[in-house]
Design a protein around this ligand. Sequence first.
Ligand SMILES: CC(C)[C@H](C(=O)O)[C@@H](O)C(=O)O
Ligand code: SF4
Length: 783
Amino acid sequence: MPSAESTPRTLYDKVFQAHIVDEKLDGTILLYIDRHLVHEVTSPQAFEGLENAGRQVRRPDCTLATTDHNVPTTSRKTLKDIGSFIKEDDSRTQCVTLEENVKKFGITYFGLSDKRQGIVHVIGPEQGFTLPGTTVVCGDSHTSTHGAFGALAFGIGTSEVEHVLATQCLITKRSKNMRVQVDGELAPGVSSKDVILHVIGQIGTAGGTGAVIEFCGSVIRSLSMEARMSICNMSIEAGARAGMVAPDDITFEYLKGRPLAPKYGSDEWNKAVAYWKSLASDADAKYDIDVFIDGKDIIPTVTWGTSPEDVVPITGVVPDPETFATEGKKAAGRRMIEYMGLVPGTKMEDIEVDKVFIGSCTNSRIEDLRAAAQVVKGKKIAANIKRALIVPGSGLVKDQAEAEGLDKIFQEAGFEWREAGCSMCLGMNPDILSPKERCASTSNRNFEGRQGAQGRTHLMSPVMAAAAAIVGKLADVRKLTEYKSSPHVEAAVVPETTIAAGSAKAHADESIEDDDVQKDRLTDQPQDSFPQVNTSLPKATAAGLPKFTSLKGIAAPMEKENIDTDAIIPKQFLKTIKRTGLGSALFYEMRFNPDGSENPNFVLNREPYRSAKIIVCTGANFGCGSSREHAPWALNDFGVKSVIAPSFADIFFNNSFKNGMLPIPLKDQAALERVHAEAVAGREIEIDLPNQLIKDAQGNTLCEFEVEEFRKHCLVNGLDDIGLTMQMEDKIAEYEARMSQQTPWLDGRAYLKRKGQGGKLVAKAVPVPKTNRGEEKKEPLEW
Ligand SMILES: CC(C)[C@H](C(=O)O)[C@@H](O)C(=O)O
Ligand code: SF4
């Protein structure tokens, strides 16, 4: 048996190991976080918790905030401040709240008048905030994007955002190692988006559950950083905790000259590159799961259903659910076909499209826009296309595209050229689909209602979306354009304006009318008029959580696979700055008809399930998709304190515990069926946490269940884990001081000047006289 030192390790093992502050015998780990990105949707409750407990942000120098989800993407030429710019009340409140919080807690913030504003997963890499070998978190599932740099980057819920703000650490466990190796070459017209859609089609949306995927192989190595980011971005749609690519020369080339990366050519840069090179997986490292894909099997891919795994090649047809393997899959397929308004057997290329969206954290970078422009150049969008939007991922991407004349190419073809933001990816802002509209979209989720209530989304690459706009139907881009080479394999170029950091004026766009906001009326506004149920249950408070020992109550049966958090709580309800009051909107689209009346067929609208305290779901991968902690908050507020299912998505699983709730993964099919049968019969069941048993109403044991010791301890004792972590202050400070020596390029200067208790420097003896850019400090960044 080789010693721990000589055991071959994966990229994930190495980065994870380097961030362990403390490890308990049961494998519970306190992990140090180098980079924390913050946006307006998932942070208000975290800052509120911090304030209520009288806590500070531990490392403002490692925290970067922006507004992206709620912001309109119309011209900012009249922008005075965010409060007057955003018309919709709840969106405005979230953005203004973030601005207040960043001021209060001294965090660097890129607001709407700053060219560096944009989608959080675009701006991190663009600024060099994301670096190889770091741990990166954000209250957002697509934090996986940053793994393209060989960072361990993952989404967290709001309670964990608060935990990181307060302690710069997270409590976690090791994930499994999974390798997805894509070898060979991609054919012209096939891009990294097709690669990831194809992979998800192969492994399914739960394929990566509990694992960190390392993408490797000759195809991945040949991709630019931007293309790698698109792949890692959608690791979350493959169910993985994170996606990673080993840093290499393409990575280092991309980082040269980025404002927050070590200064190119300096000793620090050389030291950093040497370290980054050492992170690649050892040749004989072991993976728990291996997937091999041949690049030549991938052709331009689109989705047909309402889960990212429902993919077909563009040359294919709409599948027939009656041919699916199980009754469950057939039923789910029928619902998708109906929701998507499709007929089995229809050629994908015959499906007409109403709107086209090129944007989102998957595909809104300069290379995406260049590739799409190449398809569009000299052509016009089809007459049936109602709107085609190009939404750059950041103000700097927009500037770069304009410098290259891409805006003109798009506008001449009939596209709208917008300002940066999440836009129509999830429609928390005015860019949405109307009911039944069909969209060719470069985003990452095609869930029901994702782009607007009853909207129909087909996911695809930027060149495929551009082709759909020109043809007016889903289209095979290879028929439109002669490719000399695949657009995605060009080496990354650092655009001039990307390097030019610094606050800038709002950028005007003459071509967009301000009244677009009016045009884009939100049709699916939150409604607060539904009755609250089960509000008598105890709520979490900053002082600690209600204790969970035994739970007895009605269990509502569900049978669906892949119940995503968008379905548990749709986007329009994420605009709250509170944790409470969401019970009335739980499963909104399934629970209520479009006119607001109850859907009598939905389980929670039937007796005795209106007062359910437990959900028993026979479908796997419960809680997949977005990291929104609003999902457990909504369940909790409704009165549901425990969900039993064959498996859970990682972030939802974590978020539930943080709210004193107990998700129970029950893999034993027979046991699950016994519990489900009680639920179907409308009888109470009892969850006995100390003894790890599920019992029927008479107290007879139905089955045992597993739960991690540390999580059980916290639940049974109602422990606030921020308080627990803060008791580890000595270890955290010791870790920080050590890392300031070893990786000084990760510290902002403000940190080095900061005094700890007794007036001692928190991290001394670190000779970093200048910022990482080698310049004197400039506001607002303290680097
Ligand atoms: C708002 C946020 C919680 C969410 C996520 O985590 O993914 C959003 O970015 C999304 O894409 O649905
Ligand atoms: S997935 Fe969409 S909504 Fe979520 S961060 Fe990315 S662009 Fe924004």
